[in-house]
Design a protein around this ligand. Structure first.
Ligand SMILES: [Zn+2]
Length: 111
């Protein structure tokens, strides 16, 4: 395992991990605030840094259809933050592929 250097983001609003405050994304990367995570409201982001993708992918049936996802966790503290959409089987959901869901309750605005 190599050393991991954390990336720092500049932006009006930077979202960080609520546990360790590592930078994760910015408000201009938010595609939707109208998603449902495992613990409640979740945001869809088009780009997230300082995360580790779970090696094991899962097939999950959601209200919007079947998706293949990989869990994502903070590289610093290991907190599970949400998931990445690997594949959407429904053609109308394809825009989510390669995008990230972060649980709102696990995010905090950081400086
Ligand atoms: Zn963290």
């Amino acid at each position: 395992m190599g050393l991991k250097y954390r990336e720092y983001l500049n932006g009006k609003k930077v979202y960080g991990c609520s546990t360790c405050r590592s930078h994760l994304s910015t408000s201009d990367k938010v595609m939707s605030r109208d998603f449902q995570g495992q613990y409640g409201q979740a945001y869809l982001f088009c780009g997230v840094v300082n995360i580790e993708e779970g090696e094991e992918q899962q097939e999950r049936n959601m209200t919007t259809g079947r998706h293949r996802i990989a869990s994502i966790s903070c590289i610093r503290c290991g907190t599970m933050l949400g998931w990445k959409y690997i594949k959407a089987y429904d053609s109308q959901q394809k825009y989510k592929e390669g995008k990230y869901i972060l649980e709102k309750s696990l995010l905090r605005l950081v400086d």
